[in-house]
Design a binder for this molecule. Structure first.
Ligand code: PLP
Length: 439
């Protein structure tokens, strides 16, 4: 792994989808995206396993001086094949539901010992499942959840390792829907109350205070708020040590952002170093394991959504490029006003002009780009919507009774179908329509 990192240019670390030469179509290593589109159809999610592993190694290597565990945030992309790949390379997992735990157990049961369970609304049955699997720790978000955890653990006579997810009251600049580290947000326990809760929990024989965790939001570009939050966590760990409670791990959460704009000089290796240095600086002198929960940073740039242009239509002054992918396949532009680069797979000569790239779904919010300067596109052309590996397929839906895309994982010179395209029969299968005798 270290070899591939040090030998890769920053450019390939940033994006695996490149034009090998000026005249050549877009590809991913030896793979032609045009060929993949023909073989598997469109819309199609394509992921580079090589890049995902490079990103994992960046974190693992920059933390080499301290006991650490990179717990991939499953919700960013929960594809079984990707979980299996990450587990095989030593990753742990951050889960937010019993369903995500079942995914991990399905592909890598031995990785249960590397699972942390986050989320504000864990149910009793989800807690039971995680106790049964003997996961590493529960990131507990409220006193009532801690009480439920204690009672489920007592029932099973199995000690539960927990970390309180503290809310450090740190401001992180990101989209308001994905900012979580302020007291006004629903997440975590006010850090000022955490110490007394740990002390109370120490009296319960079914609870074991394992760690302190924090997660301040998503798509955060600066390392500063992560460092500031970790400083507050470190202070709490020291206070607890004074109380006789020895914390074994601190969990910095996820949230490290990427650059969705191609023009920038985004250097993932430098970014990870800046981030882990900020965390390390806060932890100086503390003998704790460091857990990270990156999601987006590991998988976003490894993925592209391939779509075919169906129509190019002009309404007055506007030009619309209608693709066969839609907002049900990738909701980020509609939900977060997110920017995604869109590039033609085989660029045509000619001047770029401003177009809206939209899908067939019956919603004005069904767009991938507005007034975007793109090279000429014709019906039948392929486009790649870049940086779609995180919060893409996992947030897809069947709105408009659209079967979800297939997914392909590229690893070296191998291309593997990791999820077949849904059929209409798949979509209709859970439905019961024999209602005539009820009327
Ligand atoms: C969503 C989430 C993550 C991952 O966030 P990214 O921005 O994808 O890195 C990690 N931890 C928790 C608790 C989360 O809710």
């Amino acid at each position: 792994m270290s070899k591939s990192v040090s030998h890769s240019s920053s450019k390939s670390l940033s994006r695996p989808f490149q034009y090998p030469s000026a005249a050549a179509p877009l590809s991913c290593g030896p793979h032609s995206l045009a060929d993949l589109a023909v073989q598997y159809g469109t819309p199609l999610y394509v992921y580079s396993a090589d890049q995902i592993l490079e990103r994992l190694a960046l974190f693992q290597q920059s933390l080499a001086a301290r006991p650490h565990l990179v717990c991939y945030a499953v919700k960013a992309n929960s594809s079984l094949a990707i979980l299996k790949l990450l587990a095989a390379h030593g990753a742990g997992f951050d889960i937010v539901s019993g369903g995500e735990l079942q995914r991990v157990l399905t592909v890598a049961p031995e990785a249960a010992a590397r699972v942390v369970f986050s989320g504000v609304g864990k149910t009793a049955s989800e807690i039971d499942l995680a106790l049964e699997a003997n996961i590493l720790a529960f990131n507990v978000e409220s006193e009532s959840e801690l009480a439920l955890l204690a009672s489920r653990a007592a029932k099973r006579k199995r000690k539960a390792r927990f970390a309180l997810r503290v809310n450090p009251d740190v401001f992180a600049e990101t989209h308001p829907y994905i900012s979580t580290g302020l007291r006004e947000h629903k997440f975590g326990i006010d850090i000022r109350q955490a110490r007394s809760i740990y002390n109370e929990a120490a009296a319960n024989r079914w609870l074991s205070a394992h760690g302190v965790s924090v997660h301040i939001g998503s798509q955060i570009r600066s390392a500063d708020p992560f460092g500031a939050a970790m400083q507050r966590v470190a202070r709490l760990v020291q206070q607890l040590a004074g109380d006789g409670i020895r914390i074994k791990s601190v969990d910095a959460g996820g949230g490290l952002g990427i650059d969705y704009h191609a023009a920038s000089n985004f250097d993932p290796q430098a970014k990870v170093l800046e981030y882990t240095s900020a965390l390390e600086a806060a932890l100086t002198g503390l003998d704790v394991q460091l857990l990270l929960e990156p999601g987006r940073f590991l998988v976003a740039q490894a993925g592209a959504l391939l779509a075919r242009v169906l129509y190019v239509k002009r309404n007055g002054k506007k030009t619309f490029v209608v693709t066969d992918a839609a907002t049900n396949d990738l909701i980020r532009p509609a939900l977060y006003q997110a920017f995604h680069e869109i590039v033609p797979v085989s660029p045509r000569p000619g001047r770029a002009s401003a177009v809206d790239v939209v899908g067939p779904v019956c919603e004005t919010g069904d767009f991938f780009a507005r007034d975007r300067k793109l090279k000429p596109l014709e019906p039948g052309d392929l486009v790649a919507i870049l940086d779609a590996g995180a919060y893409g397929m996992v947030q897809s839906s069947n709105y408009n009774t659209r079967p979800r895309p297939a997914e392909v994982l590229l690893h070296g010179d191998k291309a593997t179908l990791i999820r077949r395209r849904e059929t209409i029969a798949d979509l209709l299968a859970p439905e019961l329509h024999d209602v005539t005798n009820r009327y």
